[in-house]
Design a protein around this ligand. Structure first.
Ligand code: PEP
Ligand code: MG
Length: 590
């Protein structure tokens, strides 16, 4: 399509993250932690401190008003949070330290707030005292408020979106999105990110278009500006003219017709032309996605990511709260299975009140099962909640980031402890609940034969398996091209794990983004994968491919692919095959 005709010729190219087209006004989320940084002269120190004082007063007034409103509405807990923020603003040590930083470092006020905030955050989050660790969240919030006030950028509350908007941000984290009114969001566009960053996964799960890695889109727009977001091709057209809009409306129509044709496959079985039946299940992150799971005809849930209960709030969820949620999901999906993955915090998913810094909980740090084994007071209630819910449907459990048999045994031991506690308390659970391991670390893939003897199933997490086998951080845009799903090493790992699982008589699924990417379907089918778990709305596309080929031809292609030496050759060959068979899926699909 020729978009160059728009007046400003503002087309940003990024990475397609979720297909479809949205035309609408943007809502910008500024990342307050990106602040201007400059030196001030000695004679402007006084006025800079004044500027800071004024900002602090404004924040105080605003927080007091919110707090009074909440008390009037009898929402005491919420008011407590804002009162805690106010106390920090009244803390002389914190405030004086910022004034001192302006004066002694000749820093602008925004930079001084950020630096002192970081210092306090570091001290608080390293503390052994849970109360002080909790305070770290308050400090972070106060820093954001102060910076918004200094930069004049209003912090807008996404839980109160009134109109439909395209959310534009530098990047979105789970805590940014947990409170969003998702029914008001028609697309996402971000400066950074990859196909497997949080924004991309969330967009696909909500079934809305998204483009990520668009460069400086936040800097080029303001809230209320009109854009066209083409998630299929990863583009944003800023300030479109009427002709652009007309053209894209036509594309939107075509996309809808395509989506409609796929929807008609909903009730049909997942079976190859030569009669081999496969399972297509859904990945979900929120319980309210169950609607999408059913709408797209998923055969159960192959991955329930459970982190959302732990982020975007000030404290840990209670066991009962978790139990109610898992029970609801199990009941809704029964008789199909729900695979609940135990907590995978760390990496790109953080709960700041746990006081684990990004460095400690990095991709290769204290993440997922490692964190759970270290903090059993977090792990046990989740396991108990899953077990308690298991009598209400068909629940299976799986552990993320297993690196080897010792870790698996430790995790199973804690599960055994949870079972024992429930037995002692006379609380029912399904004693036969299946236990699986995610295979997402090369050491687990290479010892799959050992692990297979002690679990009921495997689920391959390719998002992580790719990053760890290629040493390419999945969230680092700078090395996005090194994150190469077509790398022969990645494909060999997958093939090996599938062979070993089958050799040991257990089933194997794949729940990384690869499972929902039409380009890989034939290959994974040929490798012998049993279950593909993906964002619910891609299920019809994958079903269409599986129904259009024979297992035999998929196996032939896979055999050929496994002899190729480079990712490039593999990619070319796989695309060629996909293009030949289902060209419209490549044009419109994921
Ligand atoms: C994976 O790593 O492939 C996976 C499914 O888990 P997550 O993306 O949540 O790490
Ligand atoms: Mg993972």
């Amino acid at each position: 399509m020729n978009e160059n005709i728009n007046n400003h010729n503002d087309i940003l190219n990024g990475t397609p993250a979720s297909p479809g087209i949205a035309i609408g006004s943007v809502f910008i989320i500024h990342d307050e932690l990106h602040v201007p940084r400059y030196s001030i002269s000695e004679w402007t120190v006084k006025s800079e401190i004044e500027r800071f004082n004024l900002a602090a007063e404004q924040v105080k007034t605003k927080l007091s008003e919110i707090s009074v409103q909440l008390v009037n509405n009898l929402y005491q807990n919420g008011a407590g949070i804002f009162q805690a923020h106010l106390m920090i603003l009244e803390d002389r040590v914190f405030i004086d330290r910022i004034r001192h930083a302006i004066e002694s470092n000749l820093s602008n006020a925004e930079a001084a707030v950020l630096d002192v905030g970081e210092e306090f955050l570091h001290v608080f989050s390293q503390s052994d005292d849970l109360y002080l660790r909790d305070k770290a969240v308050d400090i972070r919030d106060i820093v954001k408020h102060l910076i918004s006030s200094l930069t004049g950028r209003e912090r807008l509350d996404l839980s109160e979106l009134k109109e439909e908007v395209i959310v534009v941000a530098h990047d979105l984290t789970p805590s940014d999105t947990v409170l969003m009114r998702k029914d008001r969001i028609i697309a996402f566009a971000t400066d950074v990110g990859s196909r497997i960053s949080h924004t991309a996964i969330l967009a696909r799960s909500l079934g809305i278009p998204a483009a990520v890695g668009l460069g400086a889109i936040t800097a080029q727009l303001k809230t209320g500006d009109l854009i066209i977001l083409d998630g299929t091709h990863g583009k944003a057209i800023l300030h479109p003219n009427e002709e652009n809009i007309r053209n894209y409306q036509l594309e939107q129509e075509k996309f809808r017709a395509f989506a409609e044709s796929l929807h008609r496959l909903k009730e049909l079985p997942v079976i190859t032309l030569d009669g081999h039946v496969k399972k297509l299940s859904a990945n979900i992150e929120f319980p309210d996605e169950i609607y999408a799971v059913k709408r797209h005809g998923a055969q159960g849930i192959g991955l329930y990511r459970t982190e959302y209960f732990y982020v975007g709030r000030d404290n840990l969820p209670s066991e009962d709260e978790l139990f109610e949620d898992y029970k609801e999901v199990a009941q809704q999906i029964a008789p199909e299975a729900v695979i609940i993955r135990t907590l995978d915090l760390g990496g790109d998913k953080f709960a700041s009140y746990l006081g684990i810094s990004h460095a400690v909980g990095s991709m290769m740090g204290l993440r997922a099962i490692r964190l759970c084994l270290k903090y059993q007071d977090i792990f046990l209630p989740q396991l108990r909640a899953i077990l308690r819910a298991s009598v209400y449907g068909n629940i299976k459990i799986m552990f993320p980031m297993i690196s080897g048999i010792e870790e698996l045994r430790q995790a199973k031991k804690v599960l055994g402890k949870a079972k024992q506690q429930l037995t002692d308390d006379g609380v029912p659970f399904d004693p036969k609940m299946e236990v699986g391991a995610m295979i997402e670390i090369p050491s687990a893939a290479m010892t799959a034969d050992i692990l297979a003897k002690e679990v009921d199933f495997f689920s391959i997490g390719t998002n992580d398996l790719i990053q760890y086998s290629l040493a390419a951080d999945r969230a680092n845009e700078e090395i996005a091209e090194l994150f190469e799903p077509f790398h022969p090493a990645v494909l060999r790992f997958i093939q090996h794990v599938i062979n070993v699982a089958h050799g040991n008589g257990i089933g194997v699924g794949l729940c990384g983004e690869m499972a929902g990417d039409p380009v890989f379907t034939m290959l994974l089918l040929g490798m012998g994968l049993d279950e593909f778990s993906m964002s619910p709305q891609v299920i019809p596309e994958i079903k269409r491919i599986i129904r259009a080929i024979t297992l035999k031809e998929a196996q032939e292609l896979t055999r050929e692919i496994m002899t190729l030496s480079t990712a490039w050759e593999i990619e070319q060959r796989v695309y060629e095959e996909a293009q030949k068979r289902l060209p419209e899926l490549l044009d419109w699909g994921q």
